[in-house]
Every structure is written in C-alpha cells, then in structure tokens.
Design a protein around this ligand. Structure first.
Ligand SMILES: Cc1ncc(COP(=O)(O)O)c(C=O)c1O
Length: 389
C-alpha cells in the first residue's frame, strides 16, 4: 500500500485506505471552510478564530495556514508557547495572546510581533522598556475580569491602564475584552458581564478611545446573545464543528476532526475465554474480535475532570447502562472487550462480519487531549494530504 503524498486522492474512506499509518487523526479542512461560512452567515462583525490548545487538537500551524488562505490574518491563542509554532511556519499573521506573557517572554513577543494581553501596570512598564529597546511599537489588548474570576484587571483599573498605554509611544492599544463564565447556562450573569464591559466602553470612548476592538462573545454567547457580538467575536468550538448550546436549523456545522485506526489483528475467541489485562472480561459466546492500535496513551476513554456529582452520576449510569463504545464503524458502535490498554484495545466485530484486518474504524475521543503522537492527515479539496500546507 502506498503512503499518501500531497494530493493523494480521497482513499481513506474506502475499504482499503491508501495509508501506511495504523492510527491517525483526520482533519477535514473542507468542513472547516464550510463552518467558517456558517459563522460568516451568522455574523455581522469580523470573526477572530481561536487556535488555543493546538487549534483544539487540529494542529495549530496547519489551521493557521488554512485560515490565512481564507483571508483570516488575525488569530488568537493563549500563550507565547502556542504562538511560536504558528509564526515559525506561517508568515504575515497577527496573533493575539489571550493571556499576559511572562516578563522573560517579552523579547519573543516583540520579535514575532505578537499582540499580548496586558492586565497590570507592571507588565505595561516592562513591555514598554523592551519595545523601546528594540525600537518596535507593540500592539496590546486589555482584559477585564467581569466575573469569570481568572485573568484580567478590575473594571476600575481600566482607565488608569489605558492612560498608561496612551502615555507611551511604544505601545498601541488595539482592543479591550472580557471572557464570559457561563454564557451557555446563565443569562443573568452573562448580561451582567456584558454590561460591565459596555460601561468601560462608554468611559473610554468619553476619553477619546474610538478605534478599539471590543470583544466578549465566545461560541455560546455568539449563538445566544447577538448583542454581545460588539465589533469582534472570538470563536473556537463552532469553527471546529461543535456547539456548546443547541442550534436552530439555520445552522449546519460539519465535523472537522476524526480519529481513525486500522484493525491490526482479527481473533476468534471461544466461549469462556478472557480478554485483556486483569482478566476482567470473559466471553459469553464465541466472539470474532478485532485488535485496534489505540489505547489510553492516545487519549482513548480519557474522561474530563468531573464534579463529584457528575462522577457519582456516571458511576450510577455505568451500573444501570454500560456507556456507548467510543469505537465504531459507519456509526455502528463496536463494543470494547476487556480493559483498554496503553496502546491496544479489543473490540467485538460480531455486528460487522465484513471487516477484515487493515480495515478502518473510528474512535471518539476528546480532541484536545488526544495524543500528539497520532499523525494528522489533512482532507482538503476532497483530497487527503500527509501535510498541510
Ligand atoms: C478568552 C477566550 N476567548 C474565546 C474562546 C473561544 O471559546 P469557544 O471555544 O467557546 O468559542 C476561548 C476558549 O476557551 C477563550 O479562552
């Protein structure tokens, strides 16, 4: 079987894939483009794509390159560390750092012309000194904590911080933003947070700040609160084909990320044999099983941290009904037999007698915690590519 090269035809969807990988993540850039169109259809203001968490597990440099091609030159990530792989691969993109950089990262901020978030006078002074030493004017944004209780300056500090920025020719204030804590669940508090940001906007506009970006909306707020769109929206989840809140039928999002693996061995087990570590699973009938080269080291079944109540709920749920298998073929779940191993998992193939060794199954997992060791394959223009760009 030939390995895919740039422009390999769409073959991984057929029974015998043109791939040498055992397991991989397929990033569907055609669907990403479609989702971008959906966002544009629903937005009157520019969209700032959020690429934190390695672009939600899609591979940030590739997503940045693709978005740039679609005309999106302004992007957002969390930290300097997240920005570097992008700027080293993609030229002429402007990256907003959604968190304040550390003092020893300010050199890199200037070198790569990143736009840092600032929340304190101390950081403004430190950045001014570095920007001046390098002779390079640097754009910054101010973040207000209106109730999330994480990063940000307090409301009453903003006029003083804006004045500090205005005083120095080495910094340029580009925008002011806040982040909602429960836009998916709490309309009263979300509207309160928005009102706080608007209060600051009125105040700064009275002091002559007219050309700023004002932003608050993430995916949930984008859908639920059009009044929160202001003049820029920061979108991650919707772009990558998921929604934190129910969508009406004016939306049609498509999935952009899929983990796939090939069956590396097919086994016949007799009734009464045990499968996997700990001998926890014993066959109740003869079983045709497939071994998949994916396990917990790849993120399979890696559950997000849950509140104690949800943990109790999920334990009770497991006793009453077993959770659906994350492994499927053509949307048909393939039950997992025995424990998931570090790199191997055994599934029941009884419902899919047509599957053979080498055939492809799909594995559901959290995108951001899926292992970086899984190669990414890009689907673009209906063709699979080993690399993008
Ligand atoms: C500050 C900030 N803005 C926007 C987003 C995008 O959020 P979402 O994925 O809900 O669109 C994030 C992601 O967590 C974020 O941290």
């Amino acid at each position: 079987m030939a390995a895919p090269s740039t422009g390999t035809p769409l073959a991984a969807h057929t029974k015998t894939p043109q791939l040498k990988h055992s397991a991989w993540i397929e990033v569907n850039l055609d669907n990403l483009q479609h989702n971008l169109g959906e966002l544009e259809k629903h937005s009157k203001v520019p969209v700032l794509p959020v690429l934190k968490g390695d672009a939600y597990g899609h591979g940030a440099p590739a997503i940045a390159a693709f978005l740039k091609k679609q005309g999106y030159k302004r992007l957002a990530v969390s930290t300097v560390d997240e920005a570097l792989p992008i700027v080293r691969k993609v030229r002429d993109v402007s990256i907003l750092l959604l968190t304040p950089p550390l003092p020893d990262q300010l050199d890199l901020v200037c070198k790569y012309r990143l736009t840092p978030t600032v929340c304190t006078g101390k950081l403004i002074h430190q950045l001014t000194a570095i920007a001046k030493a390098k002779g390079q004017r640097t754009s910054v944004e101010l973040k207000i904590d209106t109730g999330l209780g994480r990063l940000g300056a307090r409301l009453e500090e903003i006029p003083m911080l804006a004045a500090l920025i205005k005083k120095t020719p080495w910094l340029k204030l580009q925008g002011v933003f806040t982040h909602f804590s429960a836009a998916f669940a709490d309309p009263v508090f979300t509207r309160y947070q928005l009102s706080q940001l608007l209060e600051v906007r009125t105040l700064l506009q009275a002091h002559g700040w007219h050309e700023l970006y004002w932003h608050a909306a993430n995916s949930a707020a984008f859908v639920l609160y059009p009044e929160s769109h202001l003049n820029l929206v920061r979108i991650g989840t919707l772009l990558y084909g998921q929604s934190p809140v129910p969508l009406d039928d004016s939306w049609q999002l498509l999935p952009t990320w899929e983990c796939k693996a090939r069956i590396i061995q097919i086994r016949q087990f007799a009734k009464g044999e045990t499968i996997g570590y700990g001998r926890e699973y014993r066959t109740k009938r003869p079983v045709r099983a497939g071994i998949i080269p994916l396990g917990y080291s790849h993120g399979l079944m890696l559950e997000p941290e849950k509140s104690p109540w949800r943990q109790i709920g999920s334990v009770v749920g497991r006793v009453i009904i077993s959770p659906p298998s994350p492994i499927s073929h053509n949307k048909k779940p393939l039950p997992i037999l025995g424990r998931i191993g570090m790199g191997l998992t055994c599934v029941d193939l009884s419902s899919v007698p047509e599957l053979e060794e080498g055939d492809v199954v799909t594995a559901a997992m959290r995108r951001v915690t899926a292992s970086q060791s899984l190669p990414k394959i890009y689907l673009v223009g209906g063709r699979l590519r080993q690399e993008y760009p």
